[in-house]
Design a protein. Structure first.
Lengths: 289, 324
């Protein structure tokens, strides 16, 4: 089991991302077997995000209710659920774009709270990809990617450029480097947004419905990029309704409704044998078309 | 530019009904005024005889000639390429304005004689007073704008009181208040610094609102993306928000700059040797008031044209990332 796990993480090609293998994946992978990991990390550091009993209110409206979630290194988690169920709210709490009022969230060993002074250390390690890309329109694609490394990590311009080009290559659009975001298609823009986050070399990537603002024919290019990221062992938390992607890539699928995690499980089990009525209803609605 | 359709529409000024109706409107307009006693009447003397005796016939003839000239002008210019059209219209309007000024029977030699001093002393002072005020105003504005957007009640209170007070008081009062009021607190400022201070806080108050609305016009997503990458407030403001707000800010800023250039004439009440002050002091004792005032106005116009040019340059610079 462990062998097949690490094999997956190493991104050895071939069909090891099929749903058949997917169902064993919520076991924590061994970090020592991951090539991209520079130093030996003790097992306790394996948890990249740990949320316990997290609750959040918008005014008097309770958007999250006692959410518990642990994301381990190399894990790929897909969150789904009906509109307004709190998916975005939850992942936006993970990089403190939103504040939670109860419970604890620890990211990379740093506890998130309103008086923290080192939120930058968290955000540098947590990449986020938005539904509407949110590229910086006044900068070229290249500069969008260079900004983070230059301003946050103190890389020189030439080093930052090298990093940026490397990751633009990674999302397969290095030739667009000198264009402005508006000159690209939606799919290309989203891939630039992914590259921009990757340039910070984050420990975990958060995706908030990255394909739902895209035209159908562009969805696949973004999903392919994300799949190949997953194959390389990137830790990912993905809010998406792309169930094909969830089946192929996720280690764990989480279903949220009304601010709560209703059900979670390996994709195989989750899709073929959902336990809760709400999950069944949701799946039947989403798989209908 | 407005959104241009790709289909060439028929040129409006070449449509017979349009030309006919403009002709009718112009004719009617000029029939209402008796121009027989003016230069126009003199010009028409060969046709209508003695203008003062020509009566209704003279009025009609003059209005008719003007209407024909106007319509012909409209139709002919319509054939030129767009650049030439603009230049031609500008030239014609300029000529009209000059003819208007000429009707004051200004003494050109007097203007020529005093123009150099008006420029070296007056324009110079106006320019540096305005430029320094602009600089301070921008600084004040950006700080006040951030304060107005902040969640700190104290900062918001100060900033909103500031904009309300200094936008609300007449600039002339502010200038007096600062020049005559500050010495009460033991701060004695000379005329020029007083003027600069008054202009700075007043224009700063207007620009605060421009900056605030510019900053607010930027999509929340930009803040979120910037924050999610770990950029702090200052970095986000400087590198992400303000550069995007600038294209929104520049046109109203251009407006403010131009009006401030002219408002700087108000510091003449303190005896600062700027353009308006000099125009008046040179003109009054020699009874060439109008000469100097017209000259000064034209200089203000030239200066604001320069500002307009700079503004359009900046706008073009920032439209780059919007081009497809
Ligand atoms: N800033 C806010 N102020 C008040 N209520 C909010 C705010 N943001 C979100 N909410 C509410 O919180 C709930 C959860 O919102 P959230 O955006 O997390 O839903 P979601 O699961 O991401 O939905 P979707 O699939 O539509 O994106 C919704 O009912 C929403 O109305
Ligand atoms: Mg959402």
């Amino acid at each position: 089991m462990i062998a097949s796990n690490s094999q997956l993480l190493n991104g050895l090609g071939g069909g090891n991302l099929s749903p058949e293998n997917g169902n064993m994946l919520h076991v924590a992978p061994l970090s020592s077997q991951e090539p991209s990991n520079q130093k030996q990390v003790p097992m306790t550091a394996d948890k990249i995000i740990e949320a316990t009993n997290v609750s959040k209110w918008y005014g008097s409206f309770r958007a999250l209710t006692d959410v518990n979630l642990t994301v381990r290194k190399g894990e790929r988690i897909v969150i789904c659920g009906p509109s307004g169920s709190g998916k975005s709210t939850l992942i936006r709490c993970f990089n403190r774009l939103e504040a939670h009022q109860e419970g604890e969230i620890t990211v990379n060993g740093i506890r998130l709270h309103s008086k923290m002074r080192n939120v930058t250390d968290v955000r540098k390690n947590v990449g986020m990809v938005f539904q509407h890309f949110n590229l910086f329109p006044h900068m070229t694609v290249l500069m969008n990617c260079m900004a983070g490394p230059m301003w946050m990590k103190g890389l020189s311009e030439s080093e930052a450029k090298k990093t940026a080009l490397k990751f633009l290559e990674r999302v397969r659009i290095p030739e667009q480097a000198n264009k402005y975001p508006v000159q690209l298609s939606g799919g290309q823009q989203q891939r630039v947004a992914i590259a921009r986050s990757l340039c910070m070399e984050p420990a975990v990537m958060l995706f908030d419905e990255p394909t739902s603002a895209l035209d159908p024919e562009m969805v696949s290019e973004v999903l392919e990029t994300m799949t190949s990221l997953a194959r390389d062992g990137m830790t990912m938390v993905c809010v998406t309704h792309e169930m094909g992607f969830a089946r192929a890539v996720a280690d764990r699928v989480i279903f949220m409704d009304r601010g709560q995690i209703v059900e979670q499980g390996a994709p195989n089990e989750f899709f073929t044998n959902p336990q809760h009525d709400r999950t069944k209803l949701f799946l039947s609605q989403i798989l209908k078309h | 530019m407005l959104y241009q359709d790709t289909i060439d529409s028929e040129v409006l000024v070449h449509k017979p009904w349009f030309v006919a109706s403009t002709f009718a409107v112009v004719l009617a307009l000029f029939l209402m005024y008796n121009l027989t006693g003016t230069t126009m009447g003199e010009l028409m003397r060969p046709v209508i005889g003695d203008p003062s005796q020509s009566g209704l016939y003279g009025r009609f003839a003059i209005a008719f000639v003007i209407a024909v000239a106007f319509s012909l002008n409209l139709v002919l210019i319509g054939f030129a390429p767009i650049k030439a059209q603009i230049i031609l219209v500008w030239l014609e309007l300029l000529l009209l304005i000059l003819a208007f000024f000429k009707s004051f029977e200004l003494s050109l030699p007097f203007i020529r004689e005093n123009l150099p001093f008006l420029i070296t002393q007056g324009v110079f002072t106006t320019l540096y007073v305005s430029a320094i005020s602009l600089l301070f105003a921008s600084l004040i504005a950006i700080i006040a704008a951030v304060a107005k957007l902040s969640s700190n009640g104290f900062a918001y209170g100060i900033a909103s009181f500031y904009t309300s007070f200094f936008r609300g008081l007449p600039l002339l009062m502010q200038i007096y208040l600062i020049y005559l009021g500050l010495p009460q607190f033991g701060i004695v400022l000379n005329a020029v610094p007083s003027g600069i201070l008054a202009l700075s806080v007043c224009i700063g108050a207007y620009m605060t609102e421009i900056f605030r609305s510019g900053i607010q016009s930027i999509d929340r997503g930009q803040w979120e993306a910037s924050r999610s990458m770990g950029f702090g407030f200052g970095l986000t403001m400087r590198r992400i928000i303000l550069p995007q707000a600038l294209p929104v800010i520049v046109p109203p800023m251009g407006n403010t700059f131009i009006s401030m250039l002219k408002d700087s004439s108000l510091v003449s009440v303190l005896g600062v040797w700027e353009l308006t002050f000099l125009a008046r002091t040179i003109g009054q004792p020699t009874f060439h008031n109008m000469e100097m005032l017209v000259a000064a106005s034209l200089i203000y116009w030239v200066l604001s044209c320069c500002l307009e040019l700079i503004q359009s340059k900046i706008e073009r610079h920032y439209s780059r990332s919007k081009l497809r």
